[in-house]
Design a protein around this ligand. Structure first.
Ligand code: P53
Length: 483
């Protein structure tokens, strides 16, 4: 019998989550190569490019690219990590910028200056007892690989990625115990350029290319799992899904089936990463849509033998689907996954449905499906904060959002779901992946920086900073007090 859980587990990894391109800046420092994410401007063009319609592999005159300077973590990591330590962080999720390590992606030797930067960051974290949780690839790949080989559509990518991953495991084997292979792997199918640097080529069947690319990422991911286990005994390596339960609009079985199908569009990828094989429903989908995925002899075995240790996921909102075409018009932004409005839920300023209970539902569904430990590696509220006199930011709305989600996390733990940790998105304000804005803020730490790149980059503690610090210090005890 499983022990009854009456508290957050000892050693629960409270912390925050980031991605290299959204906070580091210094995009050309110390030999870093140009990365796909460096070609995402703020403004109208961003969405079109995010979908894969890229016209040039060079940054354009007159456009503003927020990743180029971001919040300059590259030069300010000591100050920022000190603030994370002050909040009592147990973990810090970050990604390595592929182009700092292999600027072009196809070199045989890594860039030592890039490797040294992450040595310094990991050492700084470990100095305060903060566990680094590292995403190997968070939406970025060397532009050179897209230009020369066509990106993930090419089988060659598997080898480049494997070399990059092995380089990280060898270099940081004494410093990093928690890894993830690809951030939000399902994003490849929804925002192909943001998710995986996929560019539409005129005349090609883009859908076919996306699923082919997905297969290459899945094999690459399994090979990284293999290498990680070989090189760092005891390390944990996970997959990472952009999650969020999909509710049927009604009890009409047609609605229920539609919602299941919608969920499976994303889940099939982590089904492969966790269970080691393609599920029947996606093979049927390939057949019925005339999709043919090239797989080599040996791929099946690689996928089967090297499944992930835990399920990492982001959770911001839930979704609704219906078989009724009339309802399809009544949608919200619901982030990339535009979704039917749920009349029971309120929306954030950016149109994402706020649904704390959905986090409990998602945790339960994922654990029922995979029976592996879960790690909530992103969650939070993007909102416009106001910097008041005397350096105050009164972000009670954020505290309220987090508080309600933590309460549901505690419920999931009591439901028997093994949770490794929780890293909220953007503990320090950073560039939004979806919109490129700075004013969509998630942080406990305010950064004086505007959408147009003006501002001093000064860091300021928000009200939520002090609140989160107290949650971590008590290991979330108040969420179990009712018992
Ligand atoms: P932003 C939407 C669009 C792009 C990336 O998103 C996304 C999502 C939400 O599912 O995924 C993650 O910054 C991503 C982060 C990102 C975060 O959501 O658009 O892993 O890189 O910043 C929040 O508000």
């Amino acid at each position: 019998m499983q022990e009854r859980m009456t508290a957050f587990p000892e050693g629960f990894l409270w912390g925050g989550a980031t991605a290299a391109n959204q906070l580091e800046g210094a995009y050309q420092a110390d030999g870093r190569g140009l990365s796909t994410v460096d070609l995402l401007p703020i403004g109208e063009q961003r969405w079109n490019i995010a979908l894969g319609n890229l016209e040039s592999f060079e940054p354009q005159e007159g456009a503003y690219y927020p990743s180029h300077e971001a919040i300059d973590f590259y030069h300010r990591y000591e100050e920022d990590i000190k603030l994370f330590a002050e909040m009592g962080f147990k973990s810090f999720r970050m990604s390595v910028a592929w182009t700092r390590i292999f600027p072009n992606g196809d070199e045989s030797e890594p860039n030592e200056a890039g490797l040294q930067f992450y040595d310094r960051v990991f050492d700084e974290l470990l100095k305060y007892g903060i566990e680094p949780v590292v995403t190997i690839c968070h939406f970025d790949l060397p532009v050179h690989l897209v230009k020369t080989y066509g990106g993930w559509n090419s089988r060659k990518m598997i080898g480049f990625y494997e070399r990059y991953a092995r380089t990280l495991f060898k270099r940081y084997r004494h410093k990093v115990k928690y890894w993830m292979t690809f951030n939000e792997i399902n994003m490849l199918l929804h925002l192909p350029f943001i998710g995986a640097g996929m560019v539409q080529v005129p005349g090609e069947n883009f859908k076919q290319s996306l699923y082919q690319a997905a297969h290459h990422e899945l094999v690459a991911s399994a090979l990284a799992v293999k290498a990680c286990h070989e090189i760092i005994p005891g390390a944990q390596i996970g997959c990472m899904l952009a999650a969020g339960a999909v509710y049927p609009y009604s009890c009409n079985p047609e609605d229920v089936w539609k919602a299941i199908g919608r969920e499976r569009e994303s889940l099939f990828l982590i089904d492969v990463q966790s269970k080691g094989e393609y599920p029947g429903y996606i093979l049927r989908y390939f057949r019925e849509h005339g999709l043919h995925i090239d797989m080599e002899i040996g791929d099946e075995e690689i996928l089967r033998c090297h499944t992930v240790d835990y399920i990492g996921f982001s959770y911001y909102a839930s979704n609704v689907d219906s078989a009724d075409p009339e309802l399809q018009g009544d949608t919200t932004d619901g982030n990339v996954f535009s979704t039917i409005k749920n009349p029971h839920l309120q929306l954030s300023e950016w149109g994402w449905a706020i649904d704390p209970k959905g986090l409990r539902i998602t945790c339960n569904q994922l654990y029922d499906r995979y029976n592996k430990p879960l790690f909530i590696v992103e969650n939070g509220l993007g909102a416009q904060d106001v910097l008041l006199d005397n350096d105050r930011v009164e972000d009670d709305y954020r505290i309220d959002y987090l508080d309600r989600h933590f309460a549901e996390m505690a419920e999931a733990i009591q439901d028997g779901v093994p949770l490794i940790g929780y890293t909220s998105w953007g503990p320090i304000d950073l560039v939004s992946a979806g919109t490129g804005e700075m004013k969509k803020r998630y942080g406990y730490i305010y950064v004086d920086r505007n959408n147009d790149g003006t501002g001093t980059l000064r860091r300021v503690r928000k009200k939520s900073f002090h609140w989160y610090k107290q949650v971590i210090a008590s290991n979330g005890a108040s969420y179990f007090d009712e018992e």
